[in-house]
Design a protein around this ligand. Sequence first.
Ligand SMILES: Nc1nc2c(ncn2[C@@H]2O[C@H](COP(=O)(O)OP(=O)(O)OP(=O)(O)O)[C@@H](O)[C@H]2O)c(=O)[nH]1
Ligand SMILES: [Mg+2]
Length: 314
Amino acid sequence: MRSAPEADRPLIDRILAGDRLAVAKAISLIENGSAEGVGLAAEVFRHTGHAYSIGITGAPGAGKSTLTDRLIERIRKTGAKVGVIAVDPTSPFSGGAILGDRVRMQQHATDPDVFIRSMATRGHLGGLALAAPQAIRVLDASGKDFVIVETVGVGQVEVEVVEAVDTTIVVLTPGWGDSIQVAKAGLLEIADIFVINKADRPGAERAVQELKQMLELAPPSEWERPVIRTVATEGRGIDELFDAILAHREFSLSHGYLEAKRRDRIEAELKRTVREVLGERAEKICSGPDFASAVKEVLDRQVDPQTAALRLVR
Ligand SMILES: Nc1nc2c(ncn2[C@@H]2O[C@H](COP(=O)(O)OP(=O)(O)OP(=O)(O)O)[C@@H](O)[C@H]2O)c(=O)[nH]1
Ligand SMILES: [Mg+2]
């Protein structure tokens, strides 16, 4: 049983001590977009910069959660601590659609150095694109060495969430077929590592070849993106995948690439936040009493819409 004094300690202290309940609470506060969450995120920020983040994305059912589960296992063998956020942009409630995942990952539930949590957007300003990086930072501050973010890679939001991580893994399966779909979803651009999962199924080799051909057409880059075959259900290819992640981290660090990426990310986050704040302000202006009278003035032809709008803003 948790003693009362423990629960009375400031949330930030408990997070820094790696207290799971505190971490879960913090992520809920952030998810809900509460004022307390905003204050907490600010406190948390000073204690971040340690964790390495990994994004896992791909079509529904590609095996992302099974892979994540295996990766947790692999990472734990090194003694490192792991946090996982499963992002579900389609659900208004966390733990809804992804509940199955949490059950599957249950084997880690008793490991104090693993934290797994699904996340949806509720009230957070800017939605998941802004909430997810904050949740990653909570896990970072709580002492996790790796943070894995699982998203279903089908939309813009997911792509934005994945942009918030250090290494992005795109999971495909044999017969993922229409490669144009993959390209359209923006998955080719964001990948640092490709995984062809379900390699136990027919067509795996063809999928690898097809993908490699497609990559040859892409603009050349210093990091040659590996294509790794896995059978997540059997744990095959997981060592190779983990090695590829470490190699990408090594590459990113030694080429100043990670530093540049983190800078771009901060820029993007600041811009997005400024836009969100201004958007909220705009909503407020457009529902206030001055707005109604401005409409009337324009209707009465006392003022033109442009001038009236600028006046409202001022
Ligand atoms: N044959 C085979 N099946 C697999 C493999 N990996 C995962 N599966 C199965 O594929 C199904 C989906 O796996 P998940 O790990 O839930 O896939 P996901 O990408 O997380 O799914 P969503 O989160 O719903 O998008 C499950 O029934 C898995 O057991 C694999 O390597 N081979
Ligand atoms: Mg999943």
